[in-house]
Design a protein around this ligand. Structure first.
Ligand SMILES: [Zn+2]
Ligand SMILES: [Zn+2]
Length: 232
C-alpha cells in the first residue's frame, strides 16, 4: 500500500519509453510498454522450442543429433525489447516484484500438466552475490497456479560455471556438463516435472538439468522459460 502511494507520488521513469511509470505492478516498466510484450508465434522446434528460420523443419539440428531428456521446452517470447528489459531488471537489478507479472505471462500462455515444479538452480556463490534465484521466484507463482509441489532444494548446481553468454553451443555443453546434482531422489521419483528457467538460449543448461533429473528417476519433464535468446 505504502509502496503504491510512493509510486504514485514519485513515479519512476520507464526505462523503455522514458515516460513516467504509473503502474505499480510492473514498475518501473509502464503499462503501455508492458502491454507491448508479445508471445512468440513463429515457427519453432517442436522439441526444444528454438525459433526456426524455416516453416518446413519441425525439429532443429541439435535435437535431431541428440534427443533431449525433456518432452518439450517452450519459451513465452523472444529475448528482446521490453521482455528482455523486464527479465534483466529482475535478474540483475533486484526488481523482484517483476517476477509476478513475468510469471503471469507464462500462466496466461498455458502450462503443461505436471505435479512438481523445479527451478534451474544457481550455484551458491552466485546466489550469495545475487541474493535470490529469479527462476525460483517464477517457479513459486507457477506452483501456486498449478497447485503443485515446489521443490527448491532437490536439483542443485554443484559446480560454478562460466557465464554461458558468448560461448558457442559446443563450449556451452562442455561448460555445463556435470554441473548439476539431485540431492533427494525420492522427491522427484516418477514425478511429472515442470523445469523453470528465465532465458533459454542454446538449451545446453536445460538439457543438462533434464538429463540429471531423468537419471535420478524423474518422470516426464517439461521446460518453460520466459524468453528464448538468440545464440551468437
Ligand atoms: Zn514505457
Ligand atoms: Zn530443438
Amino acid at each position: 500500500m505504502l509502496n503504491k502511494l510512493v509510486n504514485l507520488l514519485f513515479p519512476e521513469t520507464c526505462p523503455v519509453c522514458q515516460n513516467p511509470c504509473l503502474n505499480h505492478e510492473t514498475t518501473p516498466i509502464c503499462t503501455d510498454c508492458w502491454q507491448s510484450v508479445r508471445q512468440y508465434k513463429g515457427p519453432l522446434c517442436q522439441k526444444c522450442g528454438a525459433p526456426l528460420v524455416s516453416e518446413i523443419s519441425i525439429i532443429c539440428g541439435e535435437c535431431l543429433k541428440q534427443e533431449p531428456a525433456f518432452v518439450y521446452a517452450r519459451s513465452f517470447g523472444l529475448y528482446d525489447h521490453t521482455l528482455r528489459k523486464g527479465i534483466n531488471l529482475l535478474k540483475y537489478h533486484g526488481k523482484k516484484r517483476l517476477s509476478r507479472p513475468l510469471s503471469a505471462l507464462l500462466i496466461k500462455s498455458g502450462l503443461p500438466e505436471a505435479d512438481t515444479v523445479v527451478p534451474v538452480p544457481l550455484h551458491h556463490n552466485r546466489l550469495r552475490y545475487r541474493e535470490f534465484n529469479q527462476s525460483a521466484l517464477i517457479s513459486k507463482y507457477i506452483a501456486v497456479e498449478m497447485k503443485s509441489n515446489l521443490i527448491l532444494d532437490c536439483l542443485v548446481k554443484v559446480r560454478d560455471t562460466l557465464p554461458q553468454v558468448g560461448l558457442r553451443y559446443k563450449a556451452r555443453v562442455k561448460n555445463i556438463k556435470g554441473a548439476f546434482k539431485v540431492r533427494n531422489k525420492d522427491a522427484i521419483k516418477d514425478r511429472k516435472i515442470i523445469l523453470v528457467d528465465d532465458v533459454v538460449t542454446t538449451g545446453a543448461t536445460i538439457r543438462e538439468c533434464s538429463g540429471t533429473l531423468k537419471e535420478a528417476g524423474a518422470g516426464e519433464i517439461y521446460v518453460i522459460s520466459l524468453a528464448h535468446g538468440m545464440s551468437d
